[in-house]
Design a binder for this molecule. Structure first.
Ligand SMILES: Cc1cc2nc3c(=O)[nH]c(=O)nc-3n(C[C@H](O)[C@H](O)[C@H](O)COP(=O)(O)OP(=O)(O)OC[C@H]3O[C@@H](n4cnc5c(N)ncnc54)[C@H](O)[C@@H]3O)c2cc1C
Length: 407
């Protein structure tokens, strides 16, 4: 591995905003960590990115290496084996990995913010002692299972049933689909129905389930992020342990998504930067009509629009990450960042593909992969439509509040 001092900061050379914009938020330890992440991404991830894409899987070993570096416990407390870093560092690390291999970045983000995030937020000290050190060091992986055939955008549609069989012991029966790390995870957080609320609604709770209790069905073939283990599994009287208070599972899940969306947005930034870097390089080399593509104003303007959108997306992700680090509510900011960054990344990857012409549409270069990978961010962890619902609700609620107090 090259020495940490000899490598550039963890941003693309074509990303002049990287240092000034983000690094003021970082401690010396975080800067060192991000330089190590850049070395890891360049030496351990980038050379294998295409092979993993073709094989449609990531080797377990890469998670072990990521764990050794601290990538699997970035924001978790140090007393449990985490690194105790800020969400800004978390976002930058996910962005850097996504520049090289978005499937790995999304897996790392889901493990950190959803699986570990839920366990950290709702687990008892005994549960923490039992699972967190292994998860945070990467000996184990965590998945987070909310989605089912009837529960996608509507998390209240969960049908997996939980039956209490003893004090704190439960059995789960149901079917989960589209779960990141669903077959690879050693520990799963599973959302299930535990009864009815006094108002007649479903009472939804969260559970910790060991891998041995689930029946993996298949890896789902996806458009992009092909190396990620997007899986379906069944639960048949699976032994489970309540995670957090009974009936608090849905609220806790939504809280985890506030953090999760920062990771999805950060992966979008990495993909968009990789695509834009490739487009800039291409226009400088390719010649048509006796000129470089870079000399055509139509393409210059396309590149300019991409750079502006990417910088705007970075600012929104930073805003959400700072609020998350401060521990203040950031539901709105995470939604805004995820909505804008994911849609901007899709537009940027699409422009980058267009700028490459026929070459962009081939699988000889990774631009088409960036384009396919970026698309997930507009769907996963709440689609763009769901983000618009969250944002408009917040806007209208605050305006209604202001009107009511003016009366
Ligand atoms: C690669 C991948 C990884 C994933 N990883 C995980 C994971 O780790 N854990 C997990 O629990 N889930 C995971 N998911 C599931 C993901 O979060 C859901 O796919 C997503 O929330 C959308 O749900 P759905 O697919 O059921 O779509 P649906 O809810 O059926 O939505 C279909 C369309 O209808 C729109 N729509 C729905 N409701 C409304 C409304 N009220 N107003 C307007 N439009 C609406 C949606 O925006 C969307 O365009 C993953 C999915 C993928 C593809």
């Amino acid at each position: 591995m090259p020495s940490v001092a000899s490598i550039p900061p963890p941003v693309s050379p074509a990303d002049p905003t990287g240092l000034a914009f983000w690094h003021e938020q970082l401690s010396p330890a975080e800067k060192t960590f991000l330089r190590q992440v850049a070395v890891f991404a360049a030496t351990e991830v980038a050379p294998h990115g295409e092979a993993w894409e073709k094989q449609e899987e990531l080797p377990r070993e890469i998670f072990t290496k990521a764990g050794r570096l601290g990538l699997l416990g970035m924001t978790a407390p140090r007393r449990l084996g985490g690194r105790g870093f800020s969400y800004v560092t978390y976002a930058l690390a996910v962005r850097e990995i996504a520049r090289h291999q978005a499937a790995l970045a999304i897996d790392i983000a889901a493990h950190n913010a959803l699986g570990c995030g839920h366990l950290l937020a709702a687990g008892t000290p005994a549960q923490h002692r039992r699972v967190m050190p292994k998860l945070l060091r990467g000996t184990w992986l965590a998945a987070w299972a909310l989605t089912e055939p009837e529960a996608g955008s509507d998390s209240g549609g969960v049908q997996t049933m939980a039956t209490e069989i003893g004090r704190g012991r439960w059995e789960l029966t149901g079917f989960k689909r589209y779960i990141t790390l669903g077959r690879m995870a050693d520990v799963l957080v599973v959302i299930a129905v535990t009864g009815q609320t006094p108002e007649g609604r479903k009472e939804i709770s969260a559970f910790v389930v060991n891998r041995a209790e689930i029946q993996p069905l298949r890896k789902v073939p996806t458009c992009g992020l092909r190396a990620s283990d997007t899986a379906e599994f069944r639960l048949t009287k699976a032994n489970a342990e309540l995670l957090g208070e009974r009936g608090h599972g849905q609220a806790a899940a939504l809280g985890c998504l506030d953090k999760g969306r920062i990771g999805v947005a950060a992966a979008s930034l990495g993909l968009a930067r990789a695509a834009l870097d490739a487009a800039v390089k291409h226009v400088l080399h390719r010649r048509q009509f006796g000129k470089r593509l870079a000399d055509f104003q139509a393409l210059q303007f396309m590149l300019a629009d991409c750079e502006v959108e990417l910088r705007a997306a970075e600012a929104l992700v930073l805003q959400a990450a700072i609020l998350a680090t401060r521990g203040v509510r950031h539901t709105l900011e995470s939604s805004v960042a995820k909505l804008y960054a994911s849609e901007a990344a899709s537009r940027i990857c699409n422009h980058a593909l267009q700028i490459h012409g026929g070459y962009g549409y081939t699988r000889d270069i990774p631009v088409e992969r960036y384009w396919r990978d970026a698309r997930l961010s507009e769907i996963g962890e709440g689609s763009s439509e769901v983000q618009r619902i969250i944002i408009s609700r917040a806007l209208l609620k605050s305006a209604e509040g202001a009107l009511a107090s003016a009366r």
